[in-house]
Write a protein that binds this ligand. Structure first.
Ligand SMILES: [Zn+2]
Length: 496
């Protein structure tokens, strides 16, 4: 039977990748045959060259399981759930992984994260083959080189899954996708499979947090840090302490928090969490417009599409105190001319803080945010404006704040058509209606330069507009004066 060969190939893969030892091999075969409801097994000779990457090896096994009725319908999310259960057979228990991680951490934080990241890929929790389909590029802009990714790895919802989700009322456990109870959770119709999901316990600011990788990896070693309790996002002085505790523990990583208010926050506000990773984001290379020092903390005003203040110091405690003062100053800051009202019926001013370490220097970038809406801008005044929604209309979260655009998968096809219009392989008007005005503009400026480069650059410039829209002080003469006025008042406040 072909399934015996498929089982052997997968167990051999696990052995090669050191997910299991030779002593675990028969045990793994038996657990897998049991999961597939097979009571028998024949050892069939396999070729080393056939031990390919996990997605290739798992496909025929998933087909077999579906044929047997072990899951249904045959959608990507249902296959992913069953696949997570298979790969979990080759993983150690969460407690063992925590022990290994902490042992490695004593030797080197890099060893610890390398081990966990590599394990997450080998177990196909991070689906490298799917992620490699993401389209990525960098383009030069007035703010320096920015990153763009068109996300094709997060599977779009299958209509059959949406029907099942509508029937699913049991949403009390786990409370959300970020809850620690997702560890090993098989999943239900409305959630992804997490049987092979692992989290590492960490004490940050003397509170219990968990560290995990994002399965969708928007950038290298994209991580999530979540609170033990299912509590809503809230930025306070404790946030800064947690962020710096994390970068003290893993100095090669950054960690940032989304704002705690809707519109300017991330997509999940119901569970306190942060995002980090090992990646140099464009904001790190932003030009500094002005620099001042108070006590041992330098306060830098950045040239960036959003309004960002950078605090730097070797003195962690002073920096945290200064950050808290800045935060409180901003929370109550009003500038009627700039359209900034800190409070109407609810508070509107918020921040997106991002922490990292450069040798012994602590760095905290604080993006100033405001979530006010108006009749003209019901989705947010400081949010991508309607004329830019054809590229992105989702919230501008901390990843975008740092200069990486995460754009929707639909753009892959839509941009191809626009390229064909520009190179006259299709007639103008064949593009998606949402891009009509943009295409008119592109046709007027396109001058037969290499088309891929041209489109990438233009998409990036559109993204710049989206994040400029989200900036509280605009990149105009007036906006710059308003930002300067804020800095002046801030400095006076910090010096007190
Ligand atoms: Zn939760």
């Amino acid at each position: 039977m072909k399934i015996y060969k498929d089982i052997k190939l997968l167990c051999t893969y696990a052995l090669f990748k050191k997910l299991i030892d030779i002593e675990d091999y028969d045990y793994a075969i038996n657990r897998l045959t049991n999961l597939l409801q097979i009571n028998d097994y024949f050892d069939i000779e396999v070729q080393y060259k056939d031990v390919k990457e996990p997605s290739v090896l798992l496909d025929p096994i998933l087909d077999y399981a579906f044929g047997l009725g072990l899951f249904s319908p045959n959608t990507i999310s249902k296959r992913d759930q069953f696949e997570a259960q298979i790969m979990d057979l080759f993983l150690q228990r969460p407690s063992c992984l925590n022990e290994v991680f902490n042992q490695l951490l004593i030797q080197s934080p890099i060893y610890a994260t390398d081990y966990f990241y590599s394990l997450s890929k080998k177990s196909n929790y991070i689906k490298t083959s799917r992620i490699s389909k993401n389209i990525k590029w960098k383009s030069i802009t007035p703010y320096g080189l920015l990153d763009v990714t068109i996300n094709l790895s997060k599977p779009e919802k299958d209509p059959r899954d949406i029907v099942l989700q509508g029937k699913d009322n049991s949403i009390s456990y786990p409370k959300c996708l970020l809850c620690k109870e997702q560890v090993g959770f098989y999943g239900r119709d409305s959630s992804p499979g997490r049987t092979n999901h692992r989290i590492i316990h960490m004490k940050l600011n003397n509170e219990d947090f968990y560290f995990q990788y994002s399965p969708y990896v928007y950038y290298n070693e994209h991580s999530i840090v979540l609170k033990r309790e299912h509590e809503p996002m809230k930025v306070t002085i404790e946030t800064f302490k947690r962020l710096f505790d994390f970068v003290d523990l893993l100095p090669h990583y950054f960690l940032g928090s989304n704002a705690g208010l809707p519109i300017v926050g991330g997509s999940i506000l119901s569970h306190e969490h942060y995002q980090g990773g090992r990646y140099r984001f464009p904001i790190e290379d932003a030009k500094v417009i002005s620099e001042h020092t108070i006590l041992d903390v330098s306060i830098k005003q950045l040239y960036w599409p959003l309004s960002v203040v950078r605090l730097e110091s070797k003195n962690r405690e002073l920096l945290i105190q200064m950050a808290d003062k800045l935060f409180n100053f901003w929370v109550n800051y009003n500038d009627i001319e700039a359209g900034i009202y800190s409070f109407t019926k609810a508070p509107h001013n918020a921040i997106t803080p991002i922490a990292r370490k450069k040798n012994n220097l602590y760095v905290l970038d604080i993006a100033l945010r405001n979530n006010l809406t108006s009749d003209k801008y019901p989705l947010g005044i400081f949010h991508p404006h309607p004329e830019n929604h054809h590229i992105k209309k989702e919230n501008i979260g901390l990843i975008e704040v740092m200069g990486l655009a995460v754009l929707p998968g639909r753009l892959q096809n839509e941009l191809e058509i626009i390229k064909q219009v520009l190179t006259k392989h299709k007639v103008q008007g064949e593009e998606d209606i949402v891009h009509k005005e943009w295409v008119e503009y592109l046709v007027s400026i396109y001058n037969d330069e290499p088309i891929d480069h041209f489109i990438n650059e233009q998409v990036t410039l559109k993204f710049v507009k989206c994040i400029e829209d989200s900036g509280v002080f605009k990149q105009t003469k007036k906006g710059k004066m308003q930002f300067n006025k804020f800095i002046e008042k801030l400095l006076a406040n910090l010096a007190q």
